[in-house]
Design a binder for this molecule. Sequence first.
Ligand SMILES: Cc1ncc(COP(=O)(O)O)c(C=O)c1O
Length: 463
Amino acid sequence: MRRATSLGHEGCTIEARSRPSEGGTPTCESWLLLVSFFFSRFSVHRESLSGGRHSKRSCRWGTPPCVTFSEYRGDLKIRWQRDGLAFLHRSCCAAMPTTVTDRVYNFSPGPAVLPVPVLERIQDEMLCLPGVGASILEISHREKPFLGILKSAKENLTRLLNIPSNYKILFLQGGSRLQFSMVPMNLLRGQSQPAQYLLTGSWGKKAREEAVKEGKVEIPWDGKQHKYDRIPTASELKINPQAAYVHVTSNETIEGVQFLDEPNTAGAPLVCDASSDFMCRPLPMERYGLIYACAQKNAGPAGVTVVIVREDLLERSQDSLPGYLNYKAHAEEDSLYNTPPTFGIYVLNLVCEWLLNDVGGLDKMLQRNRAKSKLLYDVLDSSDGFYHGHAQPQSRSLMNVTFRLPNDDIEKKFLAGAQERGLTSLKGHRSVGGIRASIYNAMPVEGVELLRDYMTEFHKANA
Ligand SMILES: Cc1ncc(COP(=O)(O)O)c(C=O)c1O
């Protein structure tokens, strides 16, 4: 399955992984590797084959994406991750292996880009979790190795979000749309006061549609007359302090509008759909009654949904609820009420480790997200209206940058040109059209820079 390419660095053989069926002449490949090796950024991971990660060093000299080389020295596996010179690769070596070398910049709204070190770790551990002798896909959710992963995922989330001890972390299935039903089933059923739903876009409306099936719902604010292009100001909100809870969508993925701090709910429990901006910034968790997020945008793969709920709210869950739909049942069983999404929890834990160890926490992540989104919003603002942003500036999302071009034909041309440059999945949601660049936590700044440059160039050529 592997073709060895000797670079002889430090007297070691370094292997490039590729599929046997893939093309590329050895000469071309060797030249590419040599040139890339000297002019790109690389990082070195050392790990013990019998378990445990030893160290990681990295140097940054260029831009991704990447090739990975593995080297074995006794018990040690040394992995060289070499990022860079994507342009050289694309222009000269179309016939090169396409496993990891051809990664595009993927602006998909979800499932979305994951950090490359996380993907590599999954690849490395897929056959055999260190010290376990089996894949994460094969082990029991009730045995020690998985229980260790579950514990680690909860601890890492607690560290990242500073979650107080009176909150429970649940890992569920069914995506955020199941939460649209579970939230009112658990927190509204049997309550004397209505729930309030702030409507800042498409997902908030869908959440409300499910809540009205359970009980009375009030709308303290609806952005419909502004085509959901902004979030409300504090003075516009008509909060009922007695409300069973107040539901917000912190980031409207389709329209690209985001709450960058928590609305004042005057003491009513704040319930938040954070599906598309979970862990994009630090959160004052004590302001929340419940927060939920499907993982497939900012936290892992599709299939696992995180729910963080204040313990006192669990008392509202009635025993008559179907077992799986009862938060209390999941909390009492520590997310092991039934077989949990084990692989999703494993990947989510790796993403948390990446946020803690590689990024340096959520404050740092927020800085990066601000910087990345600014690159694109600056292009919109300096384009004399060629690019028309959907969101009003004070409500702009750090995660989903939404905009239109002068007409549908130019938008199609824009998308085709982007695709040619390896900038993919930029088409806006079918309900609103236009362009949407989803720049979640794992989107490297280099990808956003390439998009920015393309947008500038495209504007000049088509204005
Ligand atoms: C803000 C928001 N809420 C809810 C959902 C629905 O999530 P799921 O498909 O996991 O049910 C999405 C999906 O894109 C979303 O962006």
